[in-house]
Each structure stands twice: as structure tokens, then as C-alpha cells.
Design a protein around this ligand. Structure first.
Ligand SMILES: *[C@@H]1O[C@H](CO)[C@@H](O)[C@H](O)[C@H]1NC(C)=O
Ligand SMILES: *[C@@H]1O[C@H](CO)[C@@H](O)[C@H](O)[C@H]1NC(C)=O
Ligand SMILES: [Mn+2]
Length: 581
């Protein structure tokens, strides 16, 4: 009985549930399913009207012809004042960018000889642009320049990756802009749900790309005439070639497009402190050819690479955080593992250079230092010792993270040594303790040392004197090179006015930058016939040269001296004449 009753009860409940569900469905269909879409529709059309209004207002304020041909542009009245103000906060004249047409026409900056080359590449490019809180009009101008300067059949797609921007215009308004103003082009917008930093954001972009070639651009660029053709043509010829265009300067205050002329350009180098530098083209014959030119490193913001090669050669080090260092990592890896890096002078892209970074970096970590420590540990073999002289706290520091995968990659690809790279790709790079007569700390009267007095990279300043540090730090690391230079990396000591000694860019032509170190400890400057002295020089001040004499102020003791190399031979009169030139 109980059993039966239970069964009836169950059936009863089941019927109730069905009836209830049916009623709910009717209600749902009647009230919700019919009502909801119109509500969404209304909301969408309200938003669309709002975005349309915003864009139309923005478009109505654009001043036709402003900045045409890449000429410097200026605003007037209230806009001028607002523009100047924006420079201070964004390192960019945002008002001017908003007034300048998105499709402004630049003049063709190429060397005229580039027009004689004909390119007919079959490959297609995926252009990948990462942005984070960039000004919308700057991003859009980048996109439009790519669209307008690239033949349709070469452009597979433009992939935008939003690294979780927080500024409003880069959200719905950008979506709406793409939907309405860019609907005829293949634009894909990837939104990251958390800030991943440049390196991981680029990887996300590369993962969805389908073109033969990946072209990475910063979000503040403008492509110029035929910028893509020579890049694709070269990669078609050689899949292992990774290419950078000439990067011209778009001024942050006037948006002027400025170049170093049609023929002058530089290629990439690096400093032992782990920074990218510009260096002169290495081979004389490459200066005029306008063909691809070997580049030991790349700046990293703009480059083209075969998509499969990008993955085969190890894409990026995904454990690198934020920003910085990835360009040198990729440069060394490409060369050491069988690829090549070239600058293509017939491809030119403008890039807005800012005086400071207007946005913060994730967690405010020194990602550049940490990333660089990762790359020196994996790629630079023993030469990493120089980097750690600049960054002693990063050596063996767990903050660098695990390197197993990158070291495995190096083995798997059977990559060459860093010594091979230096010998073959960058032979002019000065190695502080190779091919030198002496290196290390140079002591005078036991307690004082040669010191760069905190000379910043890329600056010029006095060769100074300071109390010796207990450990050999980079600021007191000097070498006497086999060419007779008294130098610190790229800076050579040079005598000014026959009296003061300045550190300035090494020119490699001896003359005023030629010194001799004698076994008796004097550092002699032949072209003035004087010796380096600390006489009447306070610590923290610049050194002098004076008449050579027996004096403890003129005696220098280096940490390391190659005694077999130092010969106190007398200079011939020919040699002396050469140094006096
Ligand atoms: C040091 O050696 C050089 C070369 O032999 C010589 O010309 C110079 O007079 C010496 N100076 C001193 C102070 O002994
Ligand atoms: C010292 O100099 C000699 C002669 O230039 C050179 O052969 C030798 O390799 C050098 N020694 C070191 C340790 O650099
Ligand atoms: Mn940039």
C-alpha cells in the first residue's frame, strides 16, 4: 500500500513538474523571448547612435590636409594650448593626432633607386599590432596606413591585440569603428582578458594569424609606399631571413615624418649592459646597394618573419614578462640558430618616438633587467659576465625564473656559441677583456681608480677619478685595447685642449684617441706627448694630462696586464707623425 501510494505520488509530482514547465515556457516565450531581443536591439541601437555621434563629431573636427607629405603640423588657438598640455602627460600631441586625417598622405621617403627594383611576391602577410592604452586615432592611423600602402592581394589580415587596455575609446568605440568604417577589410581584434605584456600579447596575435609571413608593428606607426613588397620578396627568397624596415621618426609633437636622408641608415648593435644600440653598417659595399643589409640585432618593434620559421625557431620566450629584452633574445637566437637578420632599406616605416613611457608596466617590475638576465643566461655563454657587472643583483637570482625550456630549445636547434656570433656576425664588437693590453680597475696611489663618473649610455663626459670600489664594478672597468684605445665599451678617452680628458664615441682612427701603456705604469698620449695624471685632481673630477715625469701621480696599475703584449718599443718617427695628424 505504501509502495503504491508512493508510486502515485511520484507520478503526480512528475505531472506537476511537466505542467509547471509548460506554463513557464509559455510565460518565457510570451514575455521574455519576445521581449528580450527588442530590449537588446534598443540598447544596441542606442549605443550605436552614441558611437556614431562620437565618431561623427570626431570626424567633423579633422582638418583636411593637416600633416600631408609628413610635414610638421601645428594647431591654433585653444587646440594648440591643449595639445602642448597633452605632450606633458602622454608624451604625444594627442589633440594634433585627433585633428590629423587618418589617411594622410606621406611622401615616398625611399632612395630613388628603390623604384627600379620590381617585386612580385606571392606570399601574404598577417600584420600584427599590439596596443595598450594607445590613443585611438594613433592606432587607427597605423591601421589605415597599412591598408592604404599595401596591395590587397598581399594582405591576409590585420590582427589587433588589445592587451587589456583600460581607456574607454579602445573598447566599444573601436569595435564600432571596425564594424562601420573598416568593414571591407579583414581586421581581427583579439581582446586579452588580463594584461599580458608585449611579448605574450604578440604570441597571442601570432597564434591566430594565418598569413605566410608575420609582420609585427607597434601601434604608433605609419607605413609608406611599397613598404611590404621588399620584405615579402626577400622572405620568399630565403625563409630564414628576418627583416626590419628602416624605422623613420614621426615626431611626437608635430607628427613630422623625418628621415636621416635617402642613403643614411644604421643597423642594430647591443651594449654589454643589455641594451639595443644603433651602429654603422658593417660592410662598406652594403651602404650603397639598397639591398638587404646584415644587422647583428634588431630594435624589436617592427619586423617581418616567415610564420613557420617564427615557430620553428622558438617564437618568443613566453616566460619573459612585460616589455624589454625580447628583441636581443630573438636577435641572438636567430643568428646562433641558423637564421639571419637584415635591414631592408627599400622598406620604410615611420614610428612615433616618445620621450617617456606614458603608461605603467605590469606590477612595476624591472622587466627589462629580468628578461635580459634570462637571455644572457641562455644565449651568451661566458660573455654574460659583463652583463652581471652592470646588474650584480640579478646573477643567480630566482626572480629570473626557470630556463629549462629555453636551454632545451638551444640544444634542440643545435645553435652555435655566442663566441661564434661575435666572431662572425659582430666582429667589431669590443670585448672588454679580449685583444687588450690591460683591463679591469686602473689604480693610482693604491686607493684611486679610473671612473666613468656615472656617464650615461650614449653621452659624453670626463674620464674621472674616484675611490676604488671593493669589487670590480662596470663604472671602473677600463681596457687598453690592442689598437691603443683607453676605453669603456664604446667610449674612448680623448685629450681636449692638450689638458683635459674626455670619454667620447670611439672612432677607431687612433690620432687623439691613441694611448700607450708602458711596463713602468705610465699611460702615455703620443699626440700631445703627455701622460695621464691625477696631480691636483680631486676624486669625483676629471683627469688631466701633463708632461711625463717620474711621479706617483702618473703611475697606473691595472687588475690584469698582458706583459708579453706590452713592448716598450720606441715609436718610429712615422708613427709619431701619424698620431700627430
Ligand atoms: C716609462 O717607460 C717609457 C718607455 O720605456 C719611457 O719612455 C718613460 O720615460 C718611462 N717613464 C718613467 C717615469 O720611468
Ligand atoms: C697576450 O698578448 C700576446 C701577444 O699579443 C697574445 O698572443 C696572448 O694571447 C695574450 N694573452 C692573453 C691571455 O690574452
Ligand atoms: Mn614603439
Amino acid at each position: 500500500m505504501l509502495m503504491k501510494c508512493g508510486r502515485i505520488k511520484k507520478l503526480y509530482i512528475r505531472i506537476l513538474v511537466v505542467i509547471f514547465f509548460a506554463i513557464w515556457l509559455i510565460f518565457y516565450l510570451k514575455f521574455f523571448k519576445l521581449k528580450l531581443p527588442t530590449e537588446i536591439e534598443e540598447k544596441v541601437s542606442r549605443l550605436a547612435a552614441k558611437y556614431e555621434g562620437t565618431l561623427e563629431e570626431y570626424e567633423s573636427k579633422i582638418i583636411p590636409g593637416l600633416g600631408d607629405d609628413g610635414e610638421p603640423a601645428f594647431l591654433e588657438g585653444e587646440d594648440q594650448a591643449k595639445g602642448d598640455e597633452s605632450l606633458k602627460t602622454f608624451a604625444l600631441n594627442t589633440v594634433l593626432s585627433d585633428r590629423m586625417p587618418l589617411n594622410r598622405k606621406l611622401r615616398d621617403p625611399r632612395n630613388p633607386r628603390c623604384k627600379e627594383f620590381s617585386y612580385n611576391p606571392k606570399l601574404k602577410a598577417s600584420v600584427i599590432i599590439i596596443f595598450y592604452n594607445e590613443l585611438l586615432s594613433v592606432v587607427l592611423r597605423t591601421i589605415w596606413s597599412v591598408i592604404l600602402q599595401t596591395p590587397n592581394h598581399l594582405l591576409q589580415e590585420i590582427i589587433l591585440v588589445d592587451d587589456c587596455s583600460t581607456t574607454e575609446p579602445l573598447k566599444g568605440l573601436l569595435d564600432y569603428y571596425i564594424l562601420t568604417r573598416l568593414k571591407n577589410y579583414n581586421i581581427r581584434l583579439v581582446r586579452l582578458s588580463s594584461r599580458m605584456g608585449l611579448i605574450r600579447a604578440r604570441l597571442q596575435g601570432a597564434r591566430v594569424a594565418t598569413g605566410d609571413v608575420l609582420v609585427f608593428l607597434d601601434s604608433h606607426c605609419e607605413a609608406t609606399t611599397q613598404w611590404l613588397e621588399p620584405l615579402l620578396a626577400r622572405i620568399e627568397e630565403d625563409k630564414t631571413a628576418v627583416l626590419v624596415p628602416i624605422i623613420d621618426v614621426i615626431e611626437a609633437n608635430t607628427f613630422a615624418y623625418s628621415t636621416n636622408g635617402e642613403t643614411n641608415f644604421q643597423v642594430g648593435g647591443f651594449s654589454w649592459s643589455g641594451h639595443f644600440t644603433w651602429i654603422d653598417i658593417q660592410k662598406e659595399e652594403d651602404k650603397e646597394s639598397m639591398g638587404p643589409v646584415r644587422s647583428p640585432t634588431m630594435a624589436g618593434g617592427l619586423f617581418a618573419i616567415d610564420r613557420n620559421f617564427f615557430w620553428d625557431i622558438g617564437s618568443y620566450d613566453e616566460q619573459m614578462d612585460g616589455w624589454g629584452g625580447e628583441n636581443l633574445e630573438m636577435s641572438f637566437r636567430i643568428w646562433q640558430c641558423g637564421g639571419k637578420l637584415e635591414t631592408v632599406p627599400c622598406s620604410r616605416v615611420g614610428h612615433v618616438f616618445r620621450d617617456f613611457h606614458p603608461y605603467s608596466f605590469p606590477d612595476n617590475k624591472d622587466t627589462h633587467g629580468i628578461n635580459t638576465a634570462r637571455l644572457v643566461d641562455v644565449w651568451m655563454d661566458d660573455y654574460k659576465r659583463f652583463f652581471y657587472m652592470f646588474e650584480p643583483l640579478l646573477e643567480n637570482n630566482p626572480v629570473i625564473g626557470d630556463l629549462t625550456h629555453r636551454k632545451q630549445l638551444r640544444q634542440k636547434l643545435r645553435c652555435k656559441s655566442f663566441k661564434w656570433y661575435l666572431d662572425n656576425i659582430y666582429p667589431e664588437k669590443f670585448i672588454l677583456d679580449e685583444n687588450v693590453f690591460a683591463y679591469g680597475q686602473a689604480r693610482n696611489r693604491k686607493e684611486y681608480c679610473l671612473d666613468d663618473l656615472q656617464l650615461g649610455e650614449g653621452k659624453m663626459g670626463p674620464l674621472g677619478l674616484y675611490v676604488c670600489h671593493p669589487n670590480l664594478a662596470m663604472s671602473q672597468y677600463f681596457s687598453i685595447s690592442s689598437k691603443g684605445e683607453l676605453r669603456k665599451e664604446n667610449f674612448c678617452a680623448e685629450v681636449h685642449n692638450e689638458r683635459t680628458v674626455q670619454l667620447t664615441e670611439c672612432h677607431g682612427h687612433k690620432k687623439n684617441q691613441y694611448w700607450r701603456y708602458f711596463t713602468n705604469g705610465t699611460i702615455y698620449h703620443p699626440s700631445t706627448n703627455k701622460c695621464l695624471t691625477t696631480f691636483e685632481v680631486e676624486p669625483g673630477k676629471g683627469l688631466l694630462v701633463e708632461k711625463c715625469k717620474k711621479s706617483r701621480y702618473q703611475l697606473w696599475e691595472f687588475t690584469y696586464v698582458n706583459h708579453t703584449a706590452i713592448l716598450d718599443k720606441k715609436l718610429s718617427s712615422n708613427e709619431i707623425n701619424e698620431y700627430l695628424k
